[in-house]
Design a protein around this ligand. Structure first.
Ligand SMILES: Cc1cc2nc3c(=O)[nH]c(=O)nc-3n(C[C@H](O)[C@H](O)[C@H](O)COP(=O)(O)O)c2cc1C
Ligand code: SF4
Length: 662
């Protein structure tokens, strides 16, 4: 706070970016979370999701990217798979495009923010050269010819003109994240010998031509900028020094009003950095780029979830604007809370990447896909929430059994609506499984969720009782009107010969520090998310010699592609052997017997001091069953993992919906 009493004075100072006055430095950079039903056509759900952040104090609203049309041959199929959306449809020419986007812009302005639109060719069907991005895709794209380039250049100019007609304050040309312009910038991907390739001047020509075309079409009606990745982090790709040369050349044309910079790609070293990265880990690249393009404002993006960090980035000359994108997904009101000095009330993004993982999960049909956040149950359901979140008409007495994620959310939402809530937790702390997750290396930010819940429950006057192993009689003695059984789950124990020997322990016990584990450890897994690599990493980091046995072809197959890189890098750094396709059939002292999942052959491995099981969990619904049998008049709910063990987002959402229902 300044002597004048102002919180975060730099963060909340306005900034002129070309013709656009940004009310403060907090940016929702483009995040295609899929809030609306139809890409490119903001509907009520889309507007409510993104504009909620503007109402919550974010000054720059980036919305979701506009995918531009590609020059596909008449008979070629459109490509929609992740990272390769090559479509032939010029959405921006469709009837209603300008009107739908104008509604979004008006709502953004009414909430006090500016609307910046990103234009994207996210496209590896067509590229600068016929060079595959082998790290991410196993196909070779088609090299754009002159006619194709001309088609693409025109899409940028025409779509920008439509968006300016809709009232856009800013237009951002997406040149990072394996987009078509980045394939031109990249020496690893651009092998052209014509004017669009070669040295830095040649490789930047495509981007410079886009900017010139757009500028000639929109004039000074909107700010114009680029999103760049400062360092490609790919074998043979451009380095920070190369990018400094390229951005200097691009800026010299005088077309740029802003530069939005991040680091990373869509695999291995992700630009949506998960919890394994430091906050603003790549901050120094922004300082370098800022020096090159001065006085053009620079926006930095990369795991900034705390206003204190954002203020420090501005104060130390790293950047002029700060992306706090997932910060706004986790808590759309974080900026207002920061300005009002209510830092303890901010629900921080924990860097789990469920949001982006879900948004590109093609296994879920688009019509069923909704935005998801592990800690914010409202995301993707803003309209439903606005309609249903009402003060309770009658103050009820609510007992929540279990203080894990689901129980905490029942308590928070019910208390927020005016009910009197008691939480009974048998452990010494709130948080349940979240506390276990937070003990794995690189996952400590999960504890931020528990910190938020503790603060909120205390602020809302919830009666939290720790160390209480609640019996049915204890619960009923509180004379509840509603009871939420959020008793979580317990590790699954498979029926395998020899499993009851003392050296066979559960992964959760390892994380909790309650299991005695010997020097040489077999981690035996039938789990596909973070638990297996996290537990193996935890053990290896503590000096154990670890081998992983997994039921299928790979571990972590359900981990999103923006998190799998740092997770597997840690496994590789420890040089942990992974035996795939192995299912445990017997434990005989130090000897383990497995059957091969594919050909049924038997395999024996010897010499293990400990066996750590990672087999997922089963619901612990005993409390619910006993209360049902007691035929209480109270309304009974079975919530979260006690119903079905899933992930954190499902637990928080289930709990919050029960809190709404009471
Ligand atoms: C769900 C989701 C979708 C995203 N989609 C885009 C996108 O379409 N274009 C883009 O340039 N960046 C996209 N991003 C990246 C963000 O703009 C931002 O750079 C990234 O989240 C890191 O910033 P943060 O740490 O403040 O969240 C997306 C991020 C998320 C979480
Ligand atoms: S899903 Fe995870 S990474 Fe995404 S905003 Fe929520 S807490 Fe952050």
């Amino acid at each position: 706070m300044t002597p004048s009493g102002e919180n975060f004075p730099l963060l909340f100072a306005p900034l002129d970016v070309g013709p656009m006055r940004v009310p403060n430095r907090i940016c929702e950079t483009t995040n295609s979370i899929g809030a609306g039903a139809m890409p490119g056509f903001p509907d009520d759900a889309f507007i409510e999701h993104h504009v909620a952040k503007a109402r919550g104090g974010t000054g720059w609203i980036g919305g979701e990217t506009i995918v531009l049309d590609s020059p596909l041959p008449a008979e070629a199929a459109d490509e929609f798979h992740p990272g390769a959306a090559a479509v032939r449809i010029p959405l921006y020419t469709f009837p209603g495009f300008v009107e739908a986007n104008a509604r979004f812009v008006e709502a953004t302005h009414a909430a006090g923010a500016v609307a910046v639109f990103q234009l994207t060719h996210l496209n590896h069907t067509l590229a600068a050269s016929a060079t595959p991005i082998v790290e991410a895709y196993d196909w070779t794209p088609h090299e754009l010819d002159e006619a194709g380039i001309e088609h693409v250049l025109e899409t940028y100019a025409a779509s920008a003109a439509q968006l300016v007609a809709a009232g856009a304050d800013g237009i951002e040309i997406h040149c990072a994240h394996e987009t078509l312009p980045q394939t031109f910038l990249s020496p690893a991907l651009n092998h052209r010998t014509d004017r669009w390739g070669g040295d830095a001047a040649g490789r930047t020509l495509f981007v410079r031509e886009i900017l010139a075309r757009v500028r000639s079409r929109i004039g000074q009606a909107a700010a114009l900028g680029v999103r760049i990745c400062a360092s490609e982090q790919r074998q043979g790709g451009y380095t920070l020094l190369d990018m400094r040369e390229m951005i200097t050349i691009i800026a010299a044309d005088g077309m740029l009003d802003f530069v939005n910079v991040d680091v990373g790609h869509s695999w291995g070293a992700p630009y949506v950095q998960p919890s394994y990265y430091e906050h603003a880990q790549f901050r120094e690249v922004a300082r370098a780029i800022r020096a090159d393009v001065h006085p053009t404002p620079v926006l930095f993006a990369g795991r900034v979830n705390d206003p204190v960090v954002a203020e420090e980035l501005l104060a130390s000359g790293i950047c002029d604007l700060v992306a706090m994108t997932r910060a706004g997904i986790a808590d759309p009101d974080f900026a207002r809370k920061a300005r009002e000095g209510r830092l303890g009330e901010i629900r921080r993004c924990i860097g789990c990447n469920r949001c982006i993982g879900e948004s590109i999960d093609q296994s879920v049909p688009a019509m069923f896909r909704k935005p998801v956040c592990s800690v914010n149950p409202v995301v993707g359901r803003e309209l439903e929430w606005a309609a249903r979140h009402r003060p309770a008409s009658e103050c009820k007495r609510v007992v929540v059994v279990g203080g894990g994620a689901a129980g905490l959310e029942v308590a928070r939402v019910a208390a927020g609506r005016g009910h009197r809530v008691v939480v009974l937790e048998r452990g010494k702390a709130l948080g349940g499984q979240v506390n276990l997750a937070a003990r794995a290396p690189g996952r400590d930010s999960f504890a931020d969720f528990v910190y938020f819940e503790e603060n909120e429950l205390s602020r809302l006057g919830v009666d939290v009782r720790l160390g209480v192993e609640a019996s049915v009689a204890d619960v009923l003695a509180l004379e509840p009107d509603a009871i939420a059984c959020a008793t979580g789950s317990v590790p699954r124990r498979p029926a395998i010969a020899g499993i009851d020997q003392p050296h066979v322990v559960q992964g959760w016990e390892v994380l909790a520090g309650t299991a005695k584990v010997g020097a040489r450890v077999a981690v035996v897994s039938q789990e596909d998310h973070f638990e297996t690599p996290n537990i193996a990493d935890h053990l290896a980091s503590a000096g154990h010699q670890v081998e992983i046995f997994h039921k299928w072809t790979m571990i972590g197959s359900r981990i999103d592609r923006y998190s799998i890189g740092p997770v597997m890098r840690r496994i590789a750094d420890h040089s942990l052997p992974i035996h795939t396709g192995k299912r445990l059939t017997a434990v005989d002292g130090p000897q383990l017997t497995f059957v091969d999942a594919f050909n049924g052959t038997t395999h024996r491995y010897d010499g293990f001091d400990s066996v750590v099981l990672v087999y997922g969990s089963v619901p612990d619904d005993r409390c619910y069953r006993q209360l049902t049998a007691a035929q209480t008049d109270a309304r009974l709910f079975l919530v979260g993992s006690a119903w079905v063990p899933r992930q954190l987002a499902e637990a928080t959402r289930h709990g919050a919906l029960v809190g709404l229902e009471i």
